[in-house]
Design a protein. Sequence first.
Lengths: 755, 155
Amino acid sequence: MNAETNLSLSRRALLQSTGALVVSFSLAEAGEVLAAAADKKPPLVPTELDSWLAVSKDGMVTIYFGKMDGGQGTDLAIAQIVAEELDVPMKSVTVVQGDTLWTVNQGGASGSTGVRFGGAALRVAAAEARRVLVNKAAEKFGVGADQLKVADGVISVANDATKKVSYAELIGGQYFHSEIGWNKQYGNPLALTSPAKVKSPSEYKIVGQSPKRFDVEGKVFGTKPWVSDIKVDGMLHGRMIRPPIAGASVVAVDESSIAGIPGAKVVRKGDFLGVVAPKEWDAIKASRDLKVTWSQVADPFPDMAQLYDHIRKAPVTKSDKQEKGNIEAQFAKAAKIIEAEYEWPFQSHASMGPGCAVADVRADGVTVWTGTQKPHFAAQGVAGVLGVPVEKVRAIWVTGPGSYGRNDAGDVTVDAAVLSQAVGKPVRVQYMRYEGHGWDPKAPASVHKGRAALDAQGNVLAIDFNSKGFSRLETNSTESDPGDTLGGMLLGHKGARTAAFNLPENMYTFENKRLSWETIAALLPGASPLRTSHMRDPLGPQITFASESFIDEVAYAVGADPVEFRLKYLTEPRDIAAIKAVAEKAGWKPGKAGARRTRRGDIVTGRGIAYTQRGNTIVAIVADVEVNERTGELRVPRVTVAHDCGLIINPDALRRVVEGNVVQGLSRSIYEEVQFDRQQVKSVDWLTYRIVDITEAPTQIDVVLLNHPESIPTGAGEATMRPLAAAIGNAIFEATGTRVRRAPLNPQHIKASTV
Amino acid sequence: MAERFTLRVNGQTHTIEADPEMPLLYALRDDLGMSNPHFGCGLSQCGACTVHVDGVATRSCVTPVSKAAGHDVVTLQGLGTPEKPHPLQTAYVEEQVPQCGYCINGWIMTAAAFLNTHKKPTDAQIREALTGLKCRCGTHTAILRAVKRAAEKMA
């Protein structure tokens, strides 16, 4: 599976002339597996089968995947799906992903759709390729296609073992030149159509198994480059300069302040301000030493202590609701009404490494090496900011620090491109740590209200649930509009500034139900360190912390066991199965609040359950907590998850994705909160933005995988993140008898609630 | 002003000219073209830049190159190779630990130095030895499984 061996000589020569000395570059060039073919590659359009896969002379299959894998094994799942439908062994399959030269825009990594939509399209492409190849073999042998069988990339006549031909012999090194149908939608919804029959799950031999990931060895031995390792000959290093007070403009720059730094130069275009230097350390020094005069601006932010009051009082910019039944009539006749409000802070992607990209802007074309999870959209954004046609921009995705939504990877790509254009040389920009925390797009802060009307017997008559907060798309989730990137905003581009929030997705069957949301304006429009966008499971943790805490409050208010209470209001068998599965695995002891509580000195323990859906994936979680009643200190020793995402492609990889969600979700649930003052974000490193430490990771994470081969795979990238905070909060309530309604569930907030 | 330094990295000797205050990280990455130690924070808070200096796990992002000169520096690639892997690398592959993997250099280099001096560590000792290292993908439980697996092999 060494893609590099497939490089053509001409391409190698070109690589040398441009000086790109990087392994990943050659990996990306695996796209050129058929470079030696006599004919010309068809255009990269969805209707060409050649846009989706290729068979080399030695029978290697290259898949062109227009999304990418951030380390969860999405590319592995795609390879399994294609190998399955094509009937080739896994060892013959390679995936080229996230390179705009070689892959169709399938939307990048987005919304846990890598397998759901991305895999569905590749599955059809593989089945179509198999159909085309079988028809070729049928013609060759003069038999009907139904007389043929395929195993390990070899087609043979069913009753005559002497008649056989391999895929390599039929098409190896040549293009298919065959059309495939599509739904004319780029991005996530892109779907392919073909008369080919896809396999039934009962025939699966590769899907459902757990082959190992392609990228792990390269990461563990340090032989696989990250985007930060890309080097281009003649490359300069760039760093950006950010204002000390959010929203301040550049008034004057004293270039003489960095005159002593070898080769250091200032690039200024209005408020876009950066430095470049041949050596990275010199670029960093220049960015620190450069004397800049900034404009005086009024304090852009409210007191952080007033954040939730601000949200409650702020004018609504947009709203939406779903309503069933007659809510107010039910509240009017209720025997008991329960109300509660919940709060969730701004959170930072705080990616493991701050954003990094290399851009090479030349007269004849632009290349960017980027860690963004949406390289096709980043290419559009770069084209927009540079004023060049998008066809002239090639974005090559290279593994970056884990990207779980709209982090700073797209911003830095645009910054590198602008700097490269300005200085006429390739430029690599890596943000500093304070930018990775302080200037990335944030997950929105929000306030949520639950109201429940109960009758005298404790039945739920009506539920009313409202969310109010900053938009999840104030900065868009893609970088296709330069106005949605930090650099683009500083250069005067205006993004769409879409107002959007979400409703809870869970499926309780309350007869009268009102679910609603309201958005408010950004604290500081434009290039703000508190601009809001998508972060892993956009708004899922916020909304579900509130909605599933509230369901628990209602359950306990009527003296019910929280597992039984949830089951009472669910009818879908898979929802019920997930809740029962987690309760059984966790050894849930039914009973009212406190039934599972223990005490040892100051330490009280409790258990909590929460459940949700996310895009048809169902997750139920039981969290075990230990709380020190004196200090508010919290530990989460055990988390049990029941996970149903339909058909499972790779159980081992799925299990690790769920585990990663649990630990990252734990971090967001109990520690993560962006600190800010009236002028600036104050969470600028790992000391000022606490995340979970290995000494605090659970000692036991049990994952029950519920496989439904009859259902499509519905995605696992984000769903587990969603109900975790509620499960922990519900467990804290059982342990302490008090409800913590403000996230994160840290000692300070626990103490504030319990003391 | 720039001075001349001799660095011994993975058994090979290199001479570079650099600002004495420049962190070792940039000497390794920028001057010597090595990619294993990563820039994560530049503040000694995350560990992504960890190398061994005379066998001690050291954060290269805050270690001036002048302090590292003349000492034995080992990077992840010097620790082991696919042909001759360190037991931790074998265990990390077996356990399929990394997701994005940007942090993994720090976890492996720190654990390798720890296991050199601690045979048969308890779970609590392993956690304590690795405290402070950051992983954003949440692979902590997989890391613990891998370090335990390697510790058993190395005992």
